[in-house]
Design a binder for this molecule. Structure first.
Ligand SMILES: *Cc1c(COP(=O)(O)O)cnc(C)c1O
Length: 395
């Protein structure tokens, strides 16, 4: 298994067959496990072997298959699956930090991640410094001896800045800080972010890994020592475990992840190229476009431009709303990485509560629309996007 390529690992990695020899992985929909004897229970509570389980909050065979498969695929030693992407972010941050610790994070973060860092961790005496994630000088200035960790999204939401993982990791590691990345927008398809210096990699598996908008889930990946000694003790007692049913959906999702992400990313590339320069748009943000400000980093650390495009309508909020309401194929919602194309107006939904000056700093303008490209026919999508843009009343 060790010399298999990612596509093979995504189909076979982590498989555990029961005595029935099932082809498709079994769903162990059980909260607990019985012991042959009191002595066996005692021994298992002392130390559980790799195929021994105690309670589904600690681990479950179906969940374990998902963890082993994504760890194999992502090239990390181990993984812990969580009830949602936010349980993964919360777990990774809360498991490492204590009162008096310092964390440096990129300011362009998923809203709930900002809430954890600024509101929740602040209550426990953790000091957090936010920086412009694309500014290496700012990272250098903020990271100091004793900084416990740095945290950033490899590709930021919703303005799609791409952060230089290796360069930030070098700055962090020089001061002994752990590098924790949220790679949701980067997706697990592409070069290995752990190889670039990320010590801990987080995914909301609600996004591309499920890929059909059915289940919440998340996962934290890292060294065996980090996952088992640092993260697991926090997770298993605080209850953010992934349900076995959701783990099974995610496990099956991994089998087709590469095909789905490659198809959506190829489609997103064509759509971004087709819409760029449309008179109703002031900006088309997409990592795959030649003029993306972080072009060289994209080439180094991504296999594709991703599956999300940000379109900034020159006519502001009224134009953005007219555009959303005129689309016939994409649905207005706030998930991403789904088979269905999804359009979102961040300023009034996902980032509604952010003060206007913060929105401005992050580039979340009133006209910005986030497009998560799905698996529909690319030409149908281009036709629909063009017609909806054409229907937007002129300035
Ligand atoms: C969706 C998302 C999360 C949170 O994941 P949930 O599964 O919704 O809890 C965290 N980070 C990023 C970048 C996301 O897109």
């Amino acid at each position: 298994m060790t010399d298999w390529n990612p596509k093979t690992l995504a189909v076979h990695g982590g498989t555990r067959r029961s005595q029935y020899g099932e082809v498709s992985e079994a769903i162990f929909l059980t909260q607990g496990f019985v012991y042959d004897s009191a002595e066996q229970a005692e021994a298992r509570f002392q130390e559980a072997g790799p195929d021994e389980f105690i309670y589904a909050r600690y681990g479950n065979p179906t969940v374990r298959m998902f963890e082993d498969r994504i760890a194999a695929l992502d090239g990390t030693e181990d993984a812990f699956a969580t009830a949602s992407g936010m349980a993964a972010v919360n777990g990774a941050l809360m498991a490492i930090a204590g009162s008096g610790d310092h964390i440096v994070a990129a300011r362009a973060l998923f809203g709930s991640s900002l809430t954890i860092l600024l509101d929740i961790m602040g209550r426990f005496g953790v000091e957090v410094t936010l920086v412009d994630g694309t500014d290496l000088g700012a990272w250098r200035q903020a990271v100091r001896p004793g900084t416990r960790a740095v945290f950033f999204e490899t590709v930021s939401n919703p303005t799609l800045e791409v952060i230089d993982i290796a360069a930030v990791a070098e700055i962090a590691h020089a001061q002994g800080a752990l590098v924790i990345v949220d790679n949701v927008f980067g997706t697990p398809v592409g070069p290995n972010v752990a190889d670039m210096g990320a010590d801990v990699v987080i995914y909301s598996s609600t996004k591309h890994i499920d890929g059909q908008g059915r289940c919440l889930g998340g996962v934290v990946l890292g060294s065996r020592e980090f996952i088992r000694q640092t993260l697991e003790p926090y997770m298993k007692h605080t209850g953010g475990a992934l349900s076995p049913f959701n783990a099974w959906v995610m496990l099956k999702g991994l089998e087709t992840l590469d095909l789905r992400v490659q198809a959506a990313a190829a489609s997103a590339q064509k759509i971004a190229e087709a819409l760029e320069g449309h008179p109703k748009l002031s900006r088309t943000l997409f990592p795959g476009l030649a003029n993306h400000p972080d072009r060289a980093i994209v080439d180094r650390q991504m296999a594709h431009g991703g599956t999300v495009i940000a379109l900034d309508l020159a006519g502001g909020k009224p134009a953005a709303f007219a555009f959303l309401n005129a689309l016939t194929i994409p649905v207005i919602s706030n998930n991403l990485g789904d088979a269905k194309s999804i359009v979102t107006h961040p300023a009034t939904t996902t980032h509604q509560r952010l003060p206007d000056d913060q929105k401005a700093i992050l580039g979340i303008t009133p006209g910005l629309v986030r497009v998560s490209v799905g698996l529909e026919d690319t030409d149908d999508l281009i036709t629909d996007f063009r017609a909806a843009l054409d229907a937007v009343p002129a300035g």
